[in-house]
Design a protein around this ligand. Structure first.
Ligand code: 7RM
Length: 654
C-alpha cells in the first residue's frame, strides 16, 4: 500500500464537464447563490424545498428557533413512510424497484443464492401488513419499538411500518451484545422488540435471538418479541412473549392508513456514544428529518430516476437510516442492500455486486477503502465498474492515499468523490462537495451544504478566519438536527449547546483553509472513531471495571492503518490479582460481551497505576503517547505522581 507521504497529490479535482452538465447544481455561482439564500432566508429556502414532499396539512411556519430548541414545518402534518412509498407510487414509481437486496450466501460458483427485489408497490404492501401486525400487538402512536435485526429487507420494512403508525423505532446494531440491548431497551422504555433467529456474517450465524433472550433475562420490560426467520438455526420461542414474523402478519390487511403525524412527532431514537459511559438516545422528529434526508440525498448523490444506488453501511448506524432507507426511497430510486461482509466469500464481493447490478452511485467508509487497498488493486480491476458515476465517503476523515485509490480504481479517474461530514445528531450530511460543482481536495469534506452555517471557532466562541484550526460549530439550526437526547434534557444542553455559547458544538476539530474548505481533524472529546464507529472511552472503561478483577481502567485511541483509530486499554488490577496473558484475553473478551466486538481493545496493558493530575483526572494525553509511541515525551508537569509514567516508559508490555 502506498503511504500518504509517498503519494503525490494534486491539489484539486474539478468535476468533469459531462458530470456538471447533467447535475442538479451545475456551477459554483449557482451553489453560492443558493447557499447565500439558504442562510439569509432559511424559511423561504426550506419552505420551497419542503414543497416537493407530501404533507397532509401544510405547515403554518417553516422554522422556530429558541436555542437549543428548533422546530421545523410547525403545524404541518405528514408521514415519512407515506413519502417513501405512497407518494412515490402516486408519482408513477409503483413498479420501479425500491429495494434490491442481496443475501450473503453464495453457491459453488460464487453466485448469490438469495436476491430479493421489492418494487415500491411490493414494499408498500409489506410495510402495511407489518404495520397492521404491530397495531394488533397493541403498539400505539408514540410507543418506542426496538429493532435488533440483520441486514434483511424486513429491517427496512419494520422501520417504515413504525413510521407509518407513528411509533418511533430504535434500531440497535446487530453487532451489539445483550447488555447493550438491555441498556437501550431500558432507556427507551421499549416493550416490543423485533429481531431474527440469526443473521449471516462471514458465513457464520450471529445468534440474534439468543442475545435478545439473554437481554430479556436482565430486564422484565419486554412484553413482545417478534422473530423473523432468516437462518433457521435452533432457537427457543417463549410462549406468550415470542411470535414469528410470518405468524404475526398472517391475516393482516395489506393496506394501512398512514398516521397524520405532527411535524415534530418523534420519528426515531438512535443510540450513539458520547463522552460519558451511558449511550445517548439521539432523538429525531418527523418533517425536518424527512425533508433534510430527501434533499441531501438528492443533491449530494445527484440522484436521478435510473440510479442504482448502493450505500454499504449497516442500517444500525445513522448512515443506513438516512442514506439506505429514508433519503433514497423519497427519491423514488433503487437502493441496494447487502446483507453480509465485504470479504465473503472473498475480497471481490463488493466489485461483483457493483458489476452485477450496474451500480451508479457507491457510498462507503474510508476504513473499507483501506482494507480493499491492502488486498491489491488488481481485484476491482477484474470487474466492469464502468457503471459508477459517483463515489461517496463517510464516517471518518479519508486519508489522501485512500482518496486517490478510490478515485483511480473505483472511479476510473473521473467520478466525483463526495466526502460527506455529518453525525448521528445532524440527521443528514452537513459538509460535503456538490458533485457537479465543487473542486475537491483529497482529505477535505470541503464546503457546507445548503442551510448549513458552519464555522471554526476558539473555545471562547471567537470565530476564526480562513487558515485556522479550531472547533467545528454550526451557527444556525437545520431541518435534520436532533431535537434532544431521550430523557436527558440537561445532557442535551450540556453536550451540544453549552461548551460554546449560542451555537451547536459538533465535538469535532477542523481546519478552515485558505479557500474556505473544511478539513475535519477528528473528535476533540473522549469519543473514539474505530472503523467509522463511534465508541466512548468511558463506555469501554465501565465495561472493563465491571470485571471482578479490574480496579481501574483508562481507554485511549491510537492511530491504526486500517481502522483509523484503534483502542488501547490501560488496566490496574485489584489486590492480589495477577497480570497474565490469559487475563488479558479474558478482559478483551469481557468488553466484547459487555458492548460488542467492535469495542474489543486491540491493545490492553496492565499497569500498577494510572497517570493522574493532582485533581485526580486521568491524563489521557500521556496514555495516548504511550499507546502510540511506547513512551511519553511531552509535558508531565501536572502529573501527580511522576513515578507512574517512569514505570510505564520502561516497562515492557506483558
Ligand atoms: C455519519 C456518521 C460522527 C463522527 C463525526 C466525525 C466523524 C463522520 C466524517 C467524519 C471526517 C467525514 N455519524 N466523521 N464523517 N470525519 N470526515 N466525512 O459517521 O455519529 O457515527 O459519527 O464521525 O468525528 O463527529 S456518527
Amino acid at each position: 500500500m502506498a503511504s500518504d507521504s509517498s503519494t503525490p497529490v494534486p491539489q484539486k479535482f474539478a468535476p468533469s464537464a459531462d458530470f456538471s452538465a447533467q447535475a442538479h447544481v451545475k456551477t459554483v455561482a449557482e451553489y453560492e447563490a443558493m447557499h447565500k439564500r439558504s442562510i439569509e432566508d432559511p424559511e423561504g429556502f426550506w419552505g420551497e424545498i419542503a414543497s416537493d414532499c407530501h404533507f397532509f396539512k401544510k405547515w403554518d411556519k417553516v422554522r422556530e428557533w429558541n436555542l437549543p430548541d428548533a422546530k421545523w414545518f410547525v403545524g404541518g402534518k405528514t408521514n415519512v413512510a407515506y413519502n417513501c412509498l405512497d407518494y412515490q407510487i402516486e408519482k408513477g414509481r409503483g413498479d420501479h424497484t425500491a429495494i434490491l437486496w442481496e443475501g450473503e450466501l453464495v453457491d459453488d460458483k460464487g453466485e448469490p443464492t438469495d436476491v430479493r427485489k421489492f418494487t415500491y408497490n411490493d414494499l408498500l404492501r409489506d410495510v402495511c401488513k407489518f404495520a397492521n401486525a404491530l397495531k394488533k400487538m397493541g403498539v400505539k402512536k408514540g410507543d418506542r419499538v426496538t429493532l435488533y435485526m440483520p441486514m434483511v429487507p424486513e429491517l427496512a420494512i419494520a422501520m417504515l411500518a413504525c413510521a407509518r403508525i407513528g411509533a418511533p423505532h430504535s434500531v440497535i446494531f446487530g453487532g451489539f451484545s445483550a447488555q447493550a440491548i438491555v441498556d437501550r431497551l431500558e432507556d427507551a422504555q421499549s416493550t416490543v422488540i423485533v429481531t431474527a433467529d440469526g443473521g449471516y456474517r462471514r458465513g457464520k450465524i450471529v445468534p440474534l435471538k439468543k442475545n435478545v433472550d439473554d437481554a430479556c433475562g436482565m430486564t422484565d420490560l419486554v412484553k413482545t418479541v417478534v422473530v423473523y426467520e432468516r437462518t433457521g438455526n435452533e432457537i427457543t420461542m417463549k410462549d406468550g412473549r415470542d411470535v414469528w414474523w410470518h405468524d404475526a402478519i398472517e391475516g393482516c390487511a395489506d393496506t394501512c392508513e398512514a398516521e397524520h403525524c405532527d411535524a415534530e412527532d418523534m420519528l426515531f431514537l438512535l443510540y450513539t456514544s458520547g463522552s460519558t459511559g451511558k449511550p445517548k438516545g439521539i432523538l429525531h422528529t418527523t418533517a425536518g428529518y424527512m425533508v433534510f434526508a430527501a434533499y441531501t440525498a438528492k443533491m449530494v448523490f445527484d440522484l436521478k430516476p435510473d440510479d442504482m444506488y448502493w450505500c454499504t453501511a449497516d442500517i444500525g448506524w445513522v448512515t443506513g437510516h438516512s442514506y439506505i432507507v429514508y433519503g433514497p426511497l423519497q427519491n423514488g430510486i433503487t437502493t441496494i442492500m447487502y446483507e453480509g461482509a465485504p470479504n465473503h466469500p472473498d475480497w471481490e464481493r463488493f466489485w461483483a455486486i457493483v458489476q452485477r447490478y450496474k451500480v451508479t452511485k457507491f457510498y462507503t467508509a474510508p476504513t473499507a477503502i483501506r482494507a480493499f487497498m491492502k488486498q491489491g488493486e488488481e481485484l476491482p480491476g477484474k470487474y466492469d465498474l464502468s457503471s459508477i458515476k459517483l463515489l461517496g465517503s463517510v464516517g471518518e476523515p479519508i486519508n489522501p492515499a485512500a482518496w486517490m485509490w478510490y478515485h483511480e480504481h473505483l472511479g476510473g479517474g473521473t467520478s466525483p468523490i463526495v466526502d460527506t461530514w455529518w453525525q448521528t445528531e445532524t440527521g443528514g450530511i452537513l459538509i460535503t462537495p456538490l458533485p457537479g460543482v465543487t473542486e475537491t481536495k483529497p482529505g477535505s469534506a470541503t464546503q457546507p451544504f445548503f442551510g448549513v452555517d458552519a464555522a471554526v471557532v476558539e473555545r471562547d466562541g471567537t470565530v476564526l478566519p480562513r487558515g485556522s484550526n479550531g472547533l467545528l460549530v454550526i451557527r444556525q439550526p437545520w431541518p435534520g438536527m436532533l431535537r434532544g437526547i431521550y430523557g436527558d434534557r440537561d445532557r442535551f444542553i450540556k453536550t451540544y449547546f453549552s461548551e460554546i455559547e449560542g451555537v451547536y458544538f459538533t465535538g469535532d476539530g477542523a481546519r478552515f483553509d485558505e479557500d474556505g474548505y473544511f478539513w475535519i481533524t477528528g473528535r476533540v472529546d473522549d469519543v473514539l472513531n474505530v472503523s467509522g464507529h463511534r465508541m466512548g472511552t468511558a463506555e469501554i472503561e465501565s465495561a472493563l471495571v465491571s470485571h471482578p478483577r479490574v480496579a481501574e481502567a483508562a481507554v485511549v485511541g491510537f492511530p491504526d492503518e486500517l481502522t483509523g483509530e484503534a483502542i488501547c486499554a490501560f488496566v490496574t488490577l485489584k489486590g492480589d490479582s495477577e497480570a497474565s496473558a490469559g487475563l488479558k484475553d479474558e478482559l478483551r473478551k469481557h468488553v466484547a460481551t459487555q458492548i460488542g466486538a467492535i469495542a474489543r481493545p486491540k491493545d490492553l496493558r496492565f499497569t500498577d497505576a494510572l497517570p493522574k493530575t493532582r485533581s485526580g483526572k486521568i491524563m489521557r494525553r500521556l496514555l495516548r503517547e504511550l499507546a502510540t509511541k511506547g513512551r511519553v515525551e511531552g509535558d508531565i508537569t501536572t502529573l501527580e505522581d511522576l513515578t507512574t509514567i517512569a514505570a510505564m516508559n520502561t516497562k515492557d508490555e506483558e
